[in-house]
Design a protein around this ligand. Structure first.
Ligand code: SF4
Length: 355
């Protein structure tokens, strides 16, 4: 078997950093001296791709340029700035954490990973990213990109969803990140290599600075790492949603309650059904929400599918024109809205209104 060169700390980190400085992408938060900006970008990047985050980051920073403005944000302004980015718990936690940073840390996030992890929404990955990039702390980041690079480099077959396996990667990275002058660059280089070169399919090994050290390349098994445990089929939940407009062009919307998924966002009135929703299902939903209202003619619109982390939501839209004067008293949190552009909407609702 062909021997691979030992990925000694020095040669590996030197090649990696040289590649990074020559190939890194421009990003609005990169080279930003402000820990707040890096923190916001890292929270946005937790479940979202870089290119999607770019415009959101610019808009969010213009709306909330510092910790104090974010700590004072209202629900509607916060959710409006986050609208469409998904995983709204991130936004709620970011504001909670901003309040703590404003009150207890003079408006500057703490530099130590352990202190950062006491803030809502900050786990091991984000604390290591902020501490290394903003404060030069040699804390290795372990995200999906890094796991892919290291598991291929060393041909490690572990299930990296398990904390012990992720810790094994952190332990391997620790002496390497400690050996460099700029731990933030080291972490970003590993992530950038995973994003740009060591991609899940067809990695561009020919351009990879770590090729001479890579066991998976030597064996031709790159795409076998990281190993993936079999995925369970995602359950589908069905909903009937009502797109009701009155004669003044106002739309009937409902605000999601605090204890539900996506709290505070506005959506079309809807109800869950046990199958792909039919017009009869929609009439039932309508009657249960708008009691004592005359029956409306509901036209079947197109379905909208949205994937959450643990289920798929399939929503069939039913469209109707109604006389709001005859609808009677609305349930709590329902309103006829003349201009939906100012409200934070769920993704399914934005898509339905765009139909
Ligand atoms: Fe990934 Fe290929 Fe580089 Fe190995 S040689 S780390 S598989 S890009």
């Amino acid at each position: 078997m062909q021997k691979i060169r030992d990925p000694s700390r020095h040669s590996l980190t030197k090649k990696l950093l040289a590649w990074y400085h020559a190939n890194k992408r421009e990003m609005p938060w990169r080279g930003h001296p402000d820990p707040y900006a890096v923190w916001v970008s890292e929270i946005m990047l937790q479940q979202t791709q870089v290119n999607t985050v770019r415009p959101y980051f610019a808009r969010f920073m213009a709306r909330f340029p510092d910790v104090a403005s974010l700590a004072a944000a209202t629900d509607d302004s916060l959710l409006k700035a986050w609208e469409g980015l998904g995983y709204y718990t991130r936004a709620h936690n970011l504001r909670k954490a901003a309040k703590i940073v404003a009150d207890k840390h003079n408006g500057v996030p703490p530099s130590e990973p352990a202190e950062l992890e006491k803030l809502p929404g900050i786990g091991a990955y984000t604390s290591a990213a902020i501490a290394s990039i903003c404060f030069g702390v040699p804390a290795p980041v372990v995200d999906g990109n890094v796991i892919r690079v290291v598991s291929r480099l060393l041909a490690w077959p572990d299930d990296f969803k398990k904390p012990a396996a992720a810790a094994k990667i952190r332990d391997w990275l620790a002496p390497r990140i400690r050996s460099v002058e700029s731990p933030g660059d080291f972490n970003q280089a590993m992530m950038e290599l995973g994003a740009l070169v060591c991609s899940p399919k067809n990695p561009a090994c020919g351009t990879c600075p770590l090729l001479p050290h890579c066991a998976a390349f030597r064996d031709g098994t790159q795409e076998e790492f990281p190993t993936r445990p079999l995925k369970k089929e995602m359950p589908v939940r069905h909903f009937a949603a009502l797109l009701l407009r009155d004669s003044e062009g106002r739309v009937l919307l409902a605000q999601r309650a605090a204890e539900r998924l996506l709290p505070g966002l506005w959506e079309l009135p809807c109800g869950e059904t046990s199958r792909p929703a039919t017009r009869a299902d929609a009439q039932r939903v309508c009657a249960s929400l708008l009691k004592n209202s005359p029956p409306f003619v509901l036209k079947r619109g197109r379905p909208v599918t949205h994937v959450f982390s643990h289920f798929k939501q399939s929503t069939r839209i039913f469209v109707g024109s109604v006389d709001s004067a005859r609808v009677g008293e609305l349930p709590p949190f329902f309103a006829w809205v003349p201009d939906v552009s100012m409200l934070p909407l769920t993704t399914a609702t934005r898509r339905a209104l765009a139909q």
